[in-house]
Design a binder for this molecule. Structure first.
Ligand code: UDP
Length: 249
């Protein structure tokens, strides 16, 4: 169900529901652009009009970050709507499972060449019928973006996973989506690194206690700075919105 949080659209489907919508788009081919929203993206979208346009033009915007679920619940205390986190990597894995089951073709664009190679190998082992028709790393330079989009479009894949990190991946999807009228497109951030075995996901305890973001912030130093930059702004936005609605904590 389409709702909004801090002036951003948000769909309150759970992981299985979103994956089922992707499955539906495989069976009855149509374009489905999925954005997995986190607090950093909400902060960045204020100044980045391309990211904002990409969010607005998506078919599904799901709460990837714990902070999004928390903000939604804090700002809509009286609402009975159920909202839960849809971890991007788990969503992508479920969609890959369906792609394999239905023998749909997959393209992956992004991540380091070595990560990509290993991830493709591991994914093909994990999902027996997975048909990866194209895998292009994300370090060819922006000037080749358009050429890469054409190269992927030539394969007409049913599923396109874009692993360039945010906002690059959302902006790329929005810019070239006209070339993929019947594809499911989703930005998967660092998931390829996890599938490659290069990066570990947070241990179960952190995931169960809504602290995956904290684990990632501490274990990946480049992320620490990013989170430290956006978190106070995000908290301030929630606080400001809360005082405007006069709901109180
Ligand atoms: N990446 C890329 N090209 C770039 C910048 C990043 O392919 O120009 C890849 C990077 O190698 C990594 C992913 O994009 O695999 C981004 O990962 P990150 O953990 O930053 O994304 P998040 O999961 O936070 O969205």
């Amino acid at each position: 169900m389409r709702k909004s949080v801090l002036n951003q659209p948000i769909d309150t489907f759970n992981l299985d529901e979103v994956a089922a919508l992707a499955r539906g788009a495989f069976l009855n081919p149509k374009q489905l652009k999925i954005v997995t929203l986190n607090p950093e993206m909400i902060v960045n979208a204020i100044k980045n009009i391309e990211l904002q346009a990409a969010i607005n033009n998506s078919n599904l915007i799901v709460p990837d970050g714990t902070g999004i679920v928390w903000a939604y619940k804090t700002l809509n205390k009286k609402e009975q709507i159920k909202i839960e986190r849809v971890p991007g990597i788990e969503l992508a894995e479920k969609i890959l499972e369906y792609a394999s089951e239905l023998k749909k073709s997959v393209a992956i664009f992004g991540s380091h060449p070595l990560s990509l190679e290993r991830a493709v190998f591991n994914l093909q082992n994990k999902y027996s019928n997975l048909n990866i028709v194209k895998a292009i790393d994300g370090y060819k330079g922006v000037e080749r973006d358009s050429e890469i989009a054409d190269e992927i479009a030539n394969e007409n894949p049913h599923l396109i996973l874009v692993a360039l990190g945010s906002p690059k991946q959302e902006v790329w999807i929005n810019k070239y989506s006209h070339l993929f009228p019947k594809s499911v497109l989703i930005g998967v951030g660092g998931s390829v690194d996890v599938w490659a075995g290069k990066v570990q996901r947070a241990p179960k305890w952190f995931r169960d206690n809504h602290l995956e973001w904290f684990y990632r912030a501490v274990s990946q130093p480049k992320r620490t700075t990013r989170i430290l930059k956006s978190l106070p702004k995000f908290m301030w936005m929630v606080f400001k919105a809360l005082s405007q609605t006069k709901q109180g904590f």
